[in-house]
Design a protein around this ligand. Sequence first.
Ligand code: AMP
Ligand code: MG
Length: 400
Amino acid sequence: MAHVAALTFEQARAEVLERVAARAARPAVETAPLDEACGRVLAETVIADRDYPPEPRSMRDGFALQASSTPGELRVVGEVRAGEPCRFTVGPGEAVEIMTGASVPAGADAVVMFEHVSAAGGRLRVPQPVEPGANISPRGSSLKAGAAAVDAGTRLTPASMALLAAVGAAQASVFARPRVAILPTGDELVGIEEQPAPWQIRNSNSHALAAQVRRAGGIPVVLPPVRDRLDDTVEALEQALKQDLVLVSGGVSAGTYDLVEKALERFGAVFYFDRVLIQPGQPCVFGRAGETFFFGLPGNPASTFVCFEIFARAALDLLAGVAKPPLPFTLAVLAEPFRHKPGLTRFLPARLEDGARLHPIAWGGSGDVCALAGANCFLVAAPDRPNYEAGELIRVLMAV
Ligand code: AMP
Ligand code: MG
């Protein structure tokens, strides 16, 4: 059942971003202690309470002095340590011994490192000229009082923790996490604790998707597998559509028992795409039923995985209040030649080793869970580039 023309990867991604951004309501706001806020999305911009650093600060252990006194012999008039106010003023021909992180004394405009001088008996010999400003972080050079330290809409990282802690944000206002329904479909599915018959498989997608949703900052709501029957699928979707976002696994290909789109039509769904020129994941579906966006992720484990990372994660980010959903692409050097049939953007399991060298992993198609689990990234092959040589740069998606 073709609802719309197949889109390229870029068109499909743009469609997700535009459609969801246009309707996503501002999520509810919660307060979280800073140490529980990593991975959450900041709801209110955090403002710097003072200049950072609040006084000119030494970046090195050494001597504070006037650059114009160098090179030369200087008199050491005192010492300043980190964690104490500085009582000294430095005049021409004078120096104050200073530690990393200490406030630079008035009058001094440079710090020379211990390693570059010789000091004895209160005298300091500076053999080379020192540049004005050397080894000093000027007041407010990192951040000015009143400026934004971390913007609303930022997903907080361990590095954000450093900055928020530095500016004294003991509590953070963060957006509520979106609740994401995960609905697996397929007559062949059994639970992971069960022993499948030879014609059955364990439902691995629910577990991978739940982990992906959690990693992306959502709350997975995993529903029981639904059989490939229209009425059952409709009934299960009714539950799923109560959540903020719906991820259906399987049932979106062209087979007689791929009934997900048909079932979604019962809810008056609009379909923004149901085929994308990618592999794995070509039959990927994206649409909206009422106010709830849904994805129909093709059931092969690599298809489900990749379609979540390149499409559904962006929707989840927007529903979570992220201002600009990222897609972690980078470039790597191919360790060996790579060929593929043109026409589709391919996201293939690969390993990025030390030195940014990329090794494609042999894979047996979209159902190859071993290749998926053995990868640490995906090689991204362009649809108009059938041949890549060893040593060439190629795009990589950093998501496994
Ligand atoms: P479908 O997209 O429903 O046509 O399924 C495509 C392939 O993915 C079939 O080989 C299914 O057995 C497999 N598959 C579907 N759902 C799951 C699941 N939840 N876990 C693991 N494999 C699945
Ligand atoms: Mg199926």
